[in-house]
Write a protein that binds this ligand. Structure first.
Ligand SMILES: N[C@H](C=O)CCC(=O)O
Length: 425
């Protein structure tokens, strides 16, 4: 028996579904997960010793690839002083200062341990600051698994085809409205009726959890105007896009200034870090400087802070995003050509180093478009690529991530594999 299969059977006995996050199980693409033994640069190696070119990148954090020397060195140096203290350290200030320097809308920032924690805390802050309960999100956007935000969510919720989750009280779900992504008119209509009861509008400025869907400029910029009109807190959820689509995140690409930004993934350099930050007047409402409570035993963990600082330093180097854009574009253009040459209807939707291949004849602009794509074809494509040594997210409702560790040879090998697999579809 293969080692991955053996490990999966063993995991299923003690871990629900055999995994610690549903999308890893690969059930929707009709296969079992690969158990991973190690990673290096753009490559990962499974428990059976097979090597893959990795486009999951731990779902986004690994913009520098696996085991980047600067990140490893920083973690080792922090570890030498101890794992955790539950008391402030200078490293926390350094990471906070780096974030404030890079993202102009963030005047103050609080570190947490995950993107979910960041969005949950930002929602609480918006409710506490406005005295309102209502939240607006968008169909197919995913903001972690907090109760208020699982309504019509993307990512694993979309992959499993479930509308929400049992266990979320109706009262909580009722305070969240989910509207169509990229439809600013729907937001204006909603706010005419309920704007004065809405605490926050939260959005992925580039959707990555229904597959990658770019925002229409009038949508993303229109949200700012609506929030100003009704006194609503605008939260850009940049857990995926922050430090990813540009150094300053999607807000710098689209020229939108949010009240609050949620961050995760790249900010931790591969260790568990989330953060939320924004206007000083809002952030000062957080305990202990204000009444909105939020805390964390391991928040600001020294190893995680050190990894984040090292990662942000690397990605701030001149030319970093230009090089990433070049390899991402080569991959996207090559995939489009390979699909067209094979007579396969496909759309590559890309913003920077995030992209998704949709099996669709037309553009994908919202969750409804994404759900209409040929998911069966996606499953076959996924399996074919995996057999060829290319490790893609096992769901169309996810983003592929290109990292600085992907070489021209990696991209060309991926395209060669895709040419072969498209022809088999
Ligand atoms: N799309 C999710 C996060 O961004 C994928 C990660 C997970 O659910 O485990």
């Amino acid at each position: 028996m293969e080692k991955s299969k053996e490990l999966f059977a063993r995991a299923c006995k003690t871990i629900p579904g055999g995994v610690n996050s549903p999308v890893r199980a690969c059930g929707s693409v009709g296969t079992d997960p690969c158990f991973i033994a190690r990673g290096q640069g753009s490559a990962i190696f499974d428990a059976d010793g097979r090597q893959y070119i990795d486009y999951i990148g731990s779902w986004g954090p690994l913009i520098l690839g696996h085991r980047h020397p600067a990140v490893i060195k920083a973690i080792e140096a922090a570890l030498a002083n101890g794992c955790t203290f539950g008391a402030p350290t200078e490293l926390e200030i350094e990471l906070a200062e780096a974030v404030v320097d890079i993202v102009p809308s963030v005047e103050m920032v609080r570190m947490v341990n995950s993107g979910t924690e960041a969005t949950m805390s930002a929602i609480r802050l918006a409710r506490g600051a406005t005295g309102r309960d209502g939240i607006v999100k968008f169909d197919g956007c995913y903001h972690g698994h907090g109760d208020s935000l699982l309504v019509a969510a993307g990512s694993g919720v979309a992959t499993l085809g479930i509308p929400g989750s049992p266990g979320v009280p109706d009262k909580v779900a009722e305070s969240t409205a989910s509207l169509e992504y990229n439809n600013i008119e729907a937001v204006k209509e909603y706010c005419k009726k309920k704007g004065d009861r809405t605490a926050a509008i939260i959005v992925e400025p580039v959707a990555g959890n229904m597959g990658v869907v770019a925002p229409k400029p009038e949508f993303i910029q229109g949200l700012r105007e609506v929030c100003d009109q009704y006194g609503i807190v605008l939260i850009l959820d940049e857990v995926m896009t922050g430090f990813r689509v540009a150094l300053g995140g999607a807000q710098s690409l689209y020229g939108v200034t949010p009240d609050l930004t949620t961050m995760g993934k790249v900010i931790g350099g591969g260790l568990p870090v989330g953060a939320y930050g924004g206007k000083r007047s809002l952030m000062e409402k957080i305990a202990p400087s204000g009444p909105v409570y939020q805390a964390g035993t391991l928040s600001g963990n020294p190893m995680a802070m050190a990894a984040g600082i090292a990662a942000l330093k690397e990605i701030s180097a001149p030319g970093f995003y230009e090089a990433l854009e070049k390899s991402s574009q080569t991959l996207a253009d090559g995939l489009k050509k390979a699909a067209a040459d094979a007579g396969v209807e496909a759309v590559v939707s890309r913003v920077g180093s995030m992209q998704t291949l949709f099996f669709s004849a037309g553009p994908v602009e919202n969750f409804e478009d994404a759900k209409k794509c040929d998911l069966d074809r996606f499953s076959k494509f996924y399996q074919g690529m995996r057999d060829e040594g290319v490790f893609l997210p096992p769901s169309q409702f996810e983003a592929w991530f290109v990292s600085a560790a992907h070489t021209e040879a990696d991209i060309q090998a991926t395209l060669k594999a895709a040419e072969k697999v498209f022809k088999q579809l």
